[in-house]
Design a protein around this ligand. Structure first.
Ligand SMILES: *[C@@H]1O[C@H](CO)[C@@H](O)[C@H](O)[C@H]1NC(C)=O
Ligand SMILES: *[C@@H]1O[C@H](CO)[C@@H](O)[C@H](O)[C@H]1NC(C)=O
Ligand SMILES: *[C@@H]1O[C@H](CO)[C@@H](O)[C@H](O)[C@H]1NC(C)=O
Length: 361
């Protein structure tokens, strides 16, 4: 065979091999999203008490966190070890938002979940992009991350939550009507595009648009964190929300997570042997908060239909939505996340509040 031919064949073979490797990599990615969780190792090797066979019931009594015998002590050393490890995967200061300098209007973005779908950065969205990270040089001693579980109802935790230096809330959850149990302050609030549909009737009437604007106006000075580039289905809702923010006096600091954030967060937990399908907003927030918070307190995290006394617990404290915590078709792996956070609680890295709060006397 002539020399040139051999070179050509070799080249072709190399291309084929590269192609196969790429296909394999993307299949593994897909797998990671789709695979049902099988045996999941507990975060701390050797602690058998952490493996729970049935997800349907709470793993421990609701009061176990506060009983004097298990008095929680913050472990600053561990918290700073975790911060450094997370930093190898993501930097919340940077990944919390894409910036004006990264894109210009008309630039094409591939959605994180459906990579073949794209969107263009609109003029309006571009106007809302921050020029510097809203978390730049920000550090707080005590932060609260408020999940939306019905476990918060009748908890009287409102004042305690509000006493933190930085309060993170998820999915534009209502606060005023529930202030006693959930508090009022918000330093950062997340808003999935689907909220616009679910909680504000897709802004289909003037009244719903006003309600939406009023909710945003109540967040004056806070960061409004919009995962705008996850799925194409949110495209219109993002644009409507952006339009309403720009056309009313809404003084929020909009932030749009970087396109790599979700994979980076999953990567971090994977290296800890925690195979999260799609991290919940709560876990995303915890992972990011390690960057700018010392003590992190979690409230309203409870992925079980009943409390420790067997009483029903609503999925959200503010609506009637139902959720299959353990269904393999659910996008999230909440019970696994919860066990992971419980372990970190026991180690003193964070504090998980699932009990009622004592009112200040
Ligand atoms: C805090 O965490 C570090 C690192 O895991 C550990 O070595 C240390 O013993 C812990 N301290 C306490 C008081 O538990
Ligand atoms: C998106 O951007 C591309 C390239 O800049 C442009 O050709 C296309 O017309 C844009 N589409 C929309 C809907 O703006
Ligand atoms: C909260 O307390 C009120 C009054 O005691 C009671 O009617 C209600 O059922 C309680 N809600 C939950 C979710 O426990």
């Amino acid at each position: 065979m002539p020399f040139e031919w051999r070179i050509l064949l070799l080249g072709l073979a190399a291309v084929v091999v590269m192609f196969l490797i790429l296909v394999d990599v993307s299949e593994v990615e897909e797998e990671m999203v789709k695979t049902r969780l099988k045996a999941v190792p507990s975060p701390v090797p050797g602690s058998r008490a952490d493996s729970i066979s049935a997800f349907s019931s709470p793993p421990f009594s609701r009061n176990s966190f506060t009983s004097p015998a298990s008095g929680w002590i913050f472990n600053r050393t561990l918290s700073s070890i975790i911060r450094k490890k997370v930093l190898r995967f993501l930097d919340a200061e940077r990944d919390i938002s894409i910036l004006k300098s990264t894109f210009k209007p008309g630039d094409i973005i591939h959605y994180v979940f459906d990579r073949q779908s794209t969107t263009n950065i609109s003029e309006n969205l571009y106007r809302l992009l921050p020029t510097v990270s809203p978390m730049k040089n920000q550090h707080y001693e005590r932060c609260a991350i408020v999940g939306n579980s019905g476990i918060l109802l009748n908890s009287s935790c409102g004042p305690e939550i509000d006493s933190h230096d930085f309060v993170i809330r998820c999915n534009l959850a209502p606060v005023e009507e529930y202030a006693e149990d959930v508090g009022l302050r918000s330093s950062l609030v997340t808003m999935n595009p689907s909220v616009v549909q679910r909680a504000f009737q897709d802004l289909s009437s003037k009244e719903w648009r006003q309600r939406f604007v009023r909710r945003l106006q109540a967040l004056s000075g806070s960061v409004l964190w919009i995962p705008a580039f996850m799925a194409k289905s949110g495209e219109d809702r993002v644009e409507w929300a952006v339009h309403l923010i720009l056309s009313h006096t809404v003084s929020v600091h909009a932030a749009f997570p970087s396109l790599r954030l979700l994979h980076a967060v999953r990567g971090y937990w994977l290296t800890n042997n925690i195979q999260i399908k799609r991290p919940t907003t709560g876990l995303l927030m915890y992972t990011m908060a390690t960057r700018f918070c010392e003590e992190i307190h979690l409230y309203g995290f409870w992925p079980f239909p009943r409390d420790s006394e067997g009483k029903p617990v609503k999925y959200h404290y503010y609506d009637t939505l139902k959720y299959q915590y353990t269904s393999s078709s659910s996008p999230h792996t909440m019970p696994l996340e919860f066990r992971t956070l419980s372990t970190l609680h026991r180690q003193g890295a964070l504090r998980l509040h699932t009990e009622t709060c004592r009112l200040p006397t």
